[in-house]
Design a protein around this ligand. Structure first.
Ligand SMILES: Nc1ncnc2c1ncn2[C@@H]1O[C@H](COP(=O)(O)OP(=O)(O)O)[C@@H](O)[C@H]1O
Ligand SMILES: [Mg+2]
Length: 382
């Protein structure tokens, strides 16, 4: 459905999923004069709070999905785990970008890894696991340590277990029983990096500078942009992300998480066919943010410049920060160059992403020190 020309400001954009990624998409879209409708099972959501319309219905509710799709010029996603059937219902009424096929690949680790390996993209050695016997033989030929992951619905390290030599594999398999899983070799990486790539309806592609991602308890903690890596490595990481977007025939935004080894080799870890936590810096630190680029890409507009305005660092604010009471926002606001982002979530559970801070600096080290200091200032002592 590319023949109708670009979808211009004033039109209504639909987003499935209603978390912070949809919220920032909606903010970018509304700034450009679009209207935004969001669809998810929940009400008073981060996205719904800033959208023109929030539909709270199940992804299995065919009538609700069709009605939603009839009221929008294009459908996009902030969450890749929308069932294929739901995407099919919507696609009968409006363009869907990225396509259902891209979602189908990226919502399942095994399909994703097979797709990547088939496209010649380097990934950690992996094997499909459906029972304890397969785990034992895969552990044998892949070698331990390795990471066992559920094929579907994992995020922030959920549904994963690292296996070491000597572990009781039958016991390790028990919580995974009944659902397909993947065993992959543990990669002793030097750094974790990510590249966010956007591809327009005309096939044009842009990437942001490479992000360097520091995790804590398997959850992204701090992102530095640009990553502290040689220019040649950054160029190959960006080229790799573009080659994946092309192989997927993507329209939209795609995040590519990668492991960088000490010898300069890169393995792709996973894909997310939407804006990504590691790209939040772009909201403040880039000419065009990942959210505006998603708007441009799915509307068939030319893509914007991904040039960075300043070196930056982003720190996630997890629910744990609320352990001593409401964080001291005034203390963080004392940092004149720190941007405060809150997602409008009311229940600050441990590990839940409640917001983030972005800081700038002459160097990424300076930005990272500043963002960490601002975050530390938020915490109230019990
Ligand atoms: N094969 C691996 N080798 C080394 N570390 C890994 C491996 N797989 C996952 N990890 C670590 O766990 C984190 C989360 O795993 P990931 O596959 O990205 O799942 P999630 O969907 O939870 O983000 C990664 O960012 C990385 O730090
Ligand atoms: Mg990940």
């Amino acid at each position: 459905m590319n023949d109708r020309g670009p979808i211009l400001p004033g039109a209504t954009l639909g987003v499935m999923g209603s978390g912070q990624l949809g919220r920032m998409f909606a903010i970018a879209a509304r700034r450009m004069g679009y209207r935004v409708h969001t669809f998810s099972p929940d009400y008073d959501t981060p996205t719904g709070q800033v959208a023109d319309k929030e539909v709270a219905a199940s992804y299995d509710d065919e009538n609700a999905v069709r009605e939603f799709a009839k009221g929008i010029a294009v459908l996009t996603f902030e969450f890749e785990n929308v069932p294929s059937q739901t995407v099919g219902w919507a696609a009968a009424h409006c363009p869907v970008r990225p396509s259902g096929n891209v979602l189908h690949i990226c919502q399942h680790r095994l399909r994703e890894k097979e797709f990547l390996a088939g496209a010649g993209v380097p990934v950690a050695p992996f094997s499909k696991i459906e029972n304890a016997a397969q785990l034992a033989s895969a552990a044998e030929h892949i070698g331990l340590p390795a990471v066992l992951k559920t094929a579907a619905f994992g995020y922030d390290g959920k549904g994963q277990r690292k296996l070491h030599a000597g572990d009781d594999l039958a016991e390790a398999w028990r919580p995974f029983e009944g659902q397909p899983a993947v065993l992959e070799k543990f990669i002793a990486f030097e750094r974790e990096i990510s590249v966010i790539v956007a591809r327009g309806t005309d096939g044009a592609m842009t990437t942001w500078p490479v992000c360097e991602n520091q995790h804590a308890n398997h959850i992204l903690d701090v992102t530095l942009c640009p990553a502290r890596i040689p220019a040649a490595v950054a160029d190959s990481a960006r080229d790799l992300a573009k080659s994946i977007a092309l192989a997927l025939d993507l329209t939209g935004v795609l995040a590519v998480e990668m492991f960088l080894l000490a010898d300069g080799r890169i393995f792709v870890n996973e894909l997310a066919p939407r804006p990504h936590n590691s790209g939040h810096f772009s909201f403040d630190a880039s000419v065009t943010s990942q959210f505006e680029q998603q708007v441009r890409a799915v509307c068939g507009l030319p893509l914007g410049s991904t040039e960075s305005l300043r070196p930056s660092a982003m720190a996630n604010l997890l629910g744990d920060l609320w352990s001593g009471g409401e964080p001291d926002w005034g203390a963080a606001a004392k940092f004149p160059e720190v941007k405060i982002h809150l997602y409008g979530k009311s229940a600050p559970k441990p590990g839940r992403k409640m917001g983030h801070l972005t800081a700038f600096g002459a160097t990424v080290e300076e930005a990272a020190a500043s963002v960490r200091a601002a975050r530390a200032a938020l915490l109230r002592q019990k």
